[in-house]
Write a protein that binds this ligand. Sequence first.
Ligand code: ZN
Length: 167
Amino acid sequence: MKFHILTIVVLLLMSCGNDTKTKTTTTKSNQTEIPKKKVVTTEGASAVLELAGNDQMKFDKSELKVKAGQKVTLNFKHTGKMSKDVMGHNFVLLKQGTDLADFATKAVKAKDNDYIPAGDEVIVHTKVLGGGENTSITFDAPEKGTYDFICSFPGHYSMMKGKFIVE
Ligand code: ZN
C-alpha cells in the first residue's frame, strides 16, 4: 500500500513539472508576428486573411485587420498532427461586449455544434479542424471596431484568442 501511494505522489510531482514546462514555452510569440503586415492583402473590396492553429494550442496571429465594408475571406488551417477530439481548433468571431469566459463555458456543452452554443454572440465561425485540415469562410466585415476572436474548443480560449480589427 505504501509503495502505491508513493508512486502516485511521484507521478503527481512529475505532471506538475510538466505543467510548468509547457507554461514557460508559451512566451516565444515574437517570431510569429512577422506576417502581420501581409494580413490585409488588398485595399479594395476584399481582404484575404490567413490564420493557423497548431498542436501547441496557439494561433499564429494575435491580430487580424480588415477595412469596413470589405468582403473577408479567412483561410484557416490546423498545422499540427493531433486529432480534432484532442486538439480541435476553430475560429469564432464574437460580437463586442461578449464575456469570453461565459461564452467559453457555454461552448463546452455544444460539442455537437462545433462548440458553438446557442445565442447571438457569434458573428461568424469556422468548423472545428483537426491536424492537417483546413477550411475557408467568407463574410462581410462587421462595422468599424475591435472584436475578439477565439477558438471555442474546451479549454482553448485563454490561449487561443486575438483581436479582429475593422478600420
Ligand atoms: Zn483550439
